[in-house]
Structure formats: structure tokens, C-alpha cells
Ligand binder design. Structure first.
Ligand SMILES: [Zn+2]
Length: 129
């Protein structure tokens, strides 16, 4: 009985802490707000309409990436340093990379080796012609 009470209490504690976290819908609604739209537009201008990672022009589907991934900070636009404009493909890649990097920092070195290898093999092939 006692352990059931503890389980129930920890269930409620985790539920109430998850109440502070925004759902996907709440995040989507925030991105529809004029506060976000103005902030986003200003950040784009500040970045000279350039993707932070690739240095390519931002496309129509660009995203303003949150560096602070904490859900409870999602709506906090007080610090522009916590955001960066990225094209859609860069944005997806950055999130993909971060998930792997969290578990294994060596992924960046191996990606560099993949690119070096691709360049070397491609260069060798071109020399054979
Ligand atoms: Zn993002």
C-alpha cells in the first residue's frame, strides 16, 4: 500500500512537471503569434538572410532554431543569442546530429573523415579518366 502511494505521488509529480512542458501544438500556436513572427523576422534581417551553418541564403522554408531545447524556455525570446536561422534541411540535420553527438562526440570527427574520404576517392576517380 505504501509503495503504491509513493508510485502515485511520483506519477503526479511527473505529470505536474510535464505540465510546464509545451506540447507540439502549443509550440505551433506560439509560432503563429505576432511576437514570434516579429522576432523571427528581425533575426532573419540580423543574419543578413543567411543560414548560420551553410552560409547559403535562407529559403522560404527556413527555421529559427532554438539553441535552448528546454520546453519551458520555448517562448522566451529575450535573448537573441539563443536562436539561429537555418534552412529546413540544415535544421533537420542539426537536430539529427545533436541526438547522435549527445551519445558520441566522435561523430563529428567521423563525418569529417567521410567528407575527406569522399573527396579523395572522387578526386582519384577523376584522375583515372
Ligand atoms: Zn531546432
Amino acid at each position: 500500500m505504501y509503495s503504491a502511494m509513493i508510485l502515485l505521488r511520483s506519477f503526479h509529480a511527473s505529470r505536474s512537471s510535464s505540465l510546464n512542458k509545451m506540447t507540439k501544438t502549443q509550440k505551433a500556436n506560439f509560432r503563429m503569434s505576432s511576437a514570434w513572427k516579429v522576432f523571427r523576422s528581425n533575426m532573419k534581417k540580423k543574419a543578413s538572410c543567411i543560414d548560420w551553418v551553410t552560409k547559403k541564403p535562407l529559403s522560404k522554408t527556413w527555421n529559427l532554431h532554438h539553441l535552448d531545447l528546454r520546453s519551458e524556455h520555448y517562448k522566451d525570446i529575450s535573448d537573441p543569442e539563443r536562436f539561429m536561422p537555418l534552412n529546413e534541411d540544415t535544421h533537420e540535420f542539426v537536430h539529427w546530429l545533436y541526438r547522435h553527438w549527445l551519445k558520441d562526440k566522435g561523430i563529428l570527427d567521423r563525418l569529417n573523415l567521410v567528407c575527406i574520404g569522399m573527396f579523395a576517392k572522387t578526386h582519384d576517380k577523376q584522375e583515372e579518366k
